[in-house]
Design a protein around this ligand. Sequence first.
Ligand SMILES: C[C@H](O)CC(=O)SCCNC(=O)CCNC(=O)[C@H](O)C(C)(C)COP(=O)(O)OP(=O)(O)OC[C@H]1O[C@@H](n2cnc3c(N)ncnc32)[C@H](O)[C@@H]1OP(=O)(O)O
Length: 713
Amino acid sequence: MTEKKTNTFTLIRQENNIAHLVMDVANESMNTLKAEFAEEIAEVLQEIKADTSLKGLVLLSGKKDSFVAGADINMIADCQTAEEATALSRKGQMIFDQIESLTIPVIAAIDGPCLGGGLELAMACHERVCSDNPKTALGLPEVQLGLLPGSGGTQRLPKLVGIQKALDMMLTGKQLRAKQALKAGLVLDVVPNTVLVEVAEKFILSGKVKAGAQATKVVKLNLVGKVLERTPFGRKVLFNQATKTVLSKTKGNYPAPLKIIDCIKTGVEQSQAKGYQLEADHFGHLAMTDVSAQLRQIFFATTDMKKEQGIEGVDAAAIENIGVLGGGLMGGGIAFVTATKAKFPVRIKDINQKGIHSALKYSFDLLNKKVKRRFMKKSEMQKQLSMITGTTDYSGFKNVDVVIEAVFEDLTLKQNMVADIESHCKESTIFASNTSSLPIGQIAQLAQRPENVIGLHYFSPVDKMPLAEIIAHDKTSDQTISTTVALAKKQGKTPIVVKDKAGFYVNRILAPYMNEAAQLLLAGEPVEKLDKALVKFGFPVGPMQLLDEVGIDIGAKIGPILQAELGDRFSPPEAFNKLIADGRLGRKVKKGFYQYGTKKKLVDETVYPLLSITKQEKLSIEQISLRCVYMMLNEAVRCLDEGIIRNARDGDIGAIFGIGFPPFLGGPFNYIDNIGATEVVKQMNTFKHECGERFAPCSKLVEMAECNAKFYE
Ligand SMILES: C[C@H](O)CC(=O)SCCNC(=O)CCNC(=O)[C@H](O)C(C)(C)COP(=O)(O)OP(=O)(O)OC[C@H]1O[C@@H](n2cnc3c(N)ncnc32)[C@H](O)[C@@H]1OP(=O)(O)O
């Protein structure tokens, strides 16, 4: 065995004349691709080419459980000009071309994440094989950073999996698990990681991997697929449809998806060389956009947040068993993420069997979907379901470490639950309330061990929404905070620690925005126009639809609580009581601002006479969105000023992950920084003059405007 070593790569020649090229970036937990590797790779390739007795090459990672997480995002963020970023892309393309043009068979042995530039590298190899490690994932997530695959990915992926699948992967950034990658034809086989390299070698020795095979690979397609991908007319339909879908989803706010389509189309219809050129040019341009800068910022922020403990220096207590009180929609969702993501056994208590069944059904339905799609084996589903059990008394609660309460929003009921848990569980058991509006301090008021009481506020649907608010009251212990943060992270959530004041952070900034939309409706602006305005601005749904989804009664219940503690800008419009009296509670009763049961989404026009509204369109879409959004911005700044959130970063991530604040704007604080506090204050004063005192900019914002300050320096 001979060896050649550079900083990052080790080339080890095996006795069977196959060489292993091991990538291991020094001092980093994961491999990422950097421009400076070009010289190291050139050196290694020269060595490989010089050895004429080599039969093949296996490319693998020296890191445990991870292959290559893509190009180094810091390196892209450091580019000062589009030309610089284009040059980076060109360099990547050229290096990968050199790997592809090796005359010995090259196979990538993938264990763990193989993303972005990492997958582009693997696709430049002549074949790929991956492990069945649950961490193995193959994808091109560049679009989520406002970029496109810039090292040949837009050209190679369509050749390997077909145009439709490649469009789907690149436009959504979705990652394929091992089995999905096999089904898509992206890998030759899926094997346990203990034999991964051995199998890769066997593929070379058996002749299954051939140098130059990429060029002749024919993707398996059904008849419709052949018509769509292999005829000019079919491809025209395909690309037009993809463009239409992108525009309807992005409302023109995200430039990367259209550029991705452009690159694929150019490569397929013209030539690979033109495709490469366009890919590099578009990559350079996209890297310089504000959209990409904001999306990269979100990546950096969430990576930092993964490391935070809740309270610095205070370790979380060990947890093994979780209890959930209430088997409703929230309780069911919490049990699901606890059992399937955190992998803790869950004991659900409800007052009746029906509640327990509905919680179990929640998990069954979600897991069964995976089984039906063949993403999961039935035995695995059964194993996961067996982690969730139910009771109508407190049997099985003696050993739970954390109890998450998800019962009705009733203070006395919740205080009784605290007392129950204190008498049925261990002294150390944490009581975490999923309340969305009641102060945690009041829930803990009668507690014997208030230090164990905390808020853990999830968003619906729990299995999808990534945020959790962790609310400490005055007496919550530091260890309770760190333990709850650790639990939320294990459940797959991004937690933010917030102060115990009405509405916490997310609902507090949402309420004035929703109220403003209600004011606009009462002034005659049509329901669908309000929703269209905010969707165009970048929210996933508009305020009227959101009210229908959440429940008009829920909004009405939270409003007065916020008003009592925070003032009149939170007073919900009185006219909305008529909606509740009319039984118009939203989607759950199939009666709200919209009609339900119709094919097309239609406004229920009877809502106008019910609220004594005469429709009259006075404002533009832009004016509508600004009025709603500026109310939210102002409240977010107040939250920062009052210490409700710890910093602007938490406020931005909270708004994006909890409400769907447009990610491309980077969250309320990044957005204000971009517009400039002075400009925001000026606009708010204009609104104040036109619409009333509720638009008065808060003192912190005024102060920032005066000294031209930013939240992020
Ligand atoms: C030209 C090309 O086409 C352009 C590109 O490739 S752009 C990059 C595309 N790749 C991506 O978007 C993947 C980004 N990374 C991820 O999604 C996640 O890190 C992951 C799924 C790979 C792993 O997640 P997880 O196990 O939770 O680990 P996580 O804490 O996020 O990351 C571990 C470390 O790797 C770093 N890292 C991961 N991917 C990185 C990347 N692409 N660039 C820079 N750093 C990266 C993280 O910053 C973190 O660093 P730290 O230890 O110093 O804090």
